[in-house]
Design a protein around this ligand. Structure first.
Ligand code: AMP
Length: 416
């Protein structure tokens, strides 16, 4: 038996209604905020990601599905959306049509990670990007949109952590200080954090290893380095969010893994997720457009992990029922009535009902069993008598009532 690739998952019909439910939340809540959907290809030229996410990040270094195609081009299955979306916005000059763009997306992403609960190699993200404004109100809007999506999906208990990475000068000064601190602690750090020290020192703060956490207890925090511009921006974002009644926790060690962030970064965490407790997050990225060859365009965005969102809903005991509910099952007494039954089935479908018919030409008894199994609300039966009289038996399955109708009037019958 051929199995699906490690770290990928088949979504079978009984799990689809949960997906359709959250997809509907993404769409309806995003439109309430004026965000429009955008879709880009699953694969991109490798440079889209290597130029933006950062050569020293785990994603680019260890996790990308990169291959050479038959024409010799280096191609990568997208590990995240922001860079791909920015590439597309630049390519199609979208910013020319309006100085701000509000966009959302949903789809599969690919990272070669060690699979475990809540961590896959093909996973899905929903996300949104607000492009064009350097002002704190766009950071606040994006954070409120993300919170609203989570709440509208039925998740009340979620921790929202927020931090500021300041502008480029702030990060440069902080980085120098942090590297000095990490050097003084290098014997206490894990090998991984030691290796990161010079290339991506901020990442050491993300480490979940108890050894690193202990060694970094007194590490300098970036919030102490913010200049007045960065501090004002951060204060305004926090103020706008709190004004709207949302709770936030300032976490000065939150840095997030990607190189392109500046100013606001944030993350949603849920204890229901266990070790992989991050549901999603995002931040401001003011230099990504220029890194990808576009005009300077300030922007802010976030991504939520859809499998993790569903894991939380599962933990909360949410159930979603079947994705299709059948109104009518059309049964036939023998193959002599099949053509008539098949035709009736088709006409009812044209009228907008959800209708099924047995495709195996089984006995009437088996057909009734099937009608019960799929939870049809009505079963219509055509037998020899009915064929002769041009009628059909109408069984209301919930009320166990039966009546007779003519073939003509059944099409306008109210199947309530
Ligand atoms: P990131 O793009 O790394 O900021 O990830 C945003 C969110 O996507 C995370 O918080 C997770 O919920 C989800 N995510 C990232 N990587 C994976 C993965 N390998 N498997 C499942 N979900 C993931």
């Amino acid at each position: 038996m051929i199995q699906c690739v490690k770290g990928t998952k088949d979504l079978l019909p009984d799990s689809i209604s949960a997906w359709q439910f959250v997809e509907n939340v993404f769409k309806t809540v995003s439109s309430r905020y004026g965000y429009e959907e955008m879709r880009t290809p699953i694969f991109e030229k490798t440079e889209v990601f290597s130029r933006s996410i950062g050569e020293a990040t785990d994603i680019v270094n260890k996790e990308m599905y990169t291959f050479e195609d038959r024409g010799g081009d280096s191609i990568t299955l997208r590990p995240e959306m922001t860079a791909a979306l920015v590439r597309s916005v630049i390519q199609h000059s979208l910013m020319n049509s309006s100085p701000t763009q509000r966009l959302w997306y949903f789809g599969p992403f690919f990272r070669y990670e060690r699979p475990q609960k809540g961590r896959l190699r093909q996973f899905h993200q929903f996300g949104a990007e607000c492009l064009g404004s350097p002002n704190p109100e766009s950071d606040a809007e994006i954070i409120l949109l993300a919170s609203d999506i989570i709440r509208s999906a039925g998740i009340g208990e979620i921790k929202l952590l927020i931090n500021s990475l300041g502008n480029t000068a702030v990060r440069a000064a902080y980085r120098e200080e942090l590297v000095g601190f990490l050097r003084s602690k290098q014997n206490e750090l894990t090998e991984e954090s030691r290796n990161r020290m010079d290339i991506n020192p901020l990442r050491a703060l993300d480490s979940k290893a108890p050894q690193d956490i202990a060694a970094l207890e007194n590490a300098p925090v970036i919030t102490d380095f913010l200049d007045s511009e960065s501090r004002d921006h951060f204060d305004a974002v926090k103020g706008l969010i709190r004004n709207c009644g949302a709770e936030i926790v300032v976490q000065p060690r939150l840095v997030r893994g990607l190189d392109y962030y500046s100013h606001t970064v944030f993350e949603f965490q849920s204890s229901a997720l266990g070790a992989q407790d991050s549901l999603g997050g995002g931040g401001r990225y003011n230099t990504l457009f220029t890194q990808l060859g576009g005009k300077e365009t300030p922007a802010v965005g976030f991504a939520l992990g859809v499998e993790r969102l569903l894991l939380i809903l599962e933990n909360l005991g949410r159930s979603f029922g079947k994705s299709v509910s059948t109104d009518i099952f059309v049964a036939y007494a023998s193959t002599a009535e099949f053509d008539e039954a098949f035709n009736l089935c088709n006409q009812l479908r044209q009228k907008g009902h959800s209708v099924t018919i047995d495709l195996l030409r089984r006995s009437l008894k088996s057909q009734f069993k099937e009608a019960n199994r799929i939870g049809a609300r009505y079963t219509l039966v055509i037998g020899e008598e009915e064929m002769k009289n041009r009628t059909v038996q109408v069984k209301n399955m919930t009320r166990s009532e039966q009546s007779e109708r003519s073939m003509e009037t059944i099409l306008d019958f109210e199947f309530d």
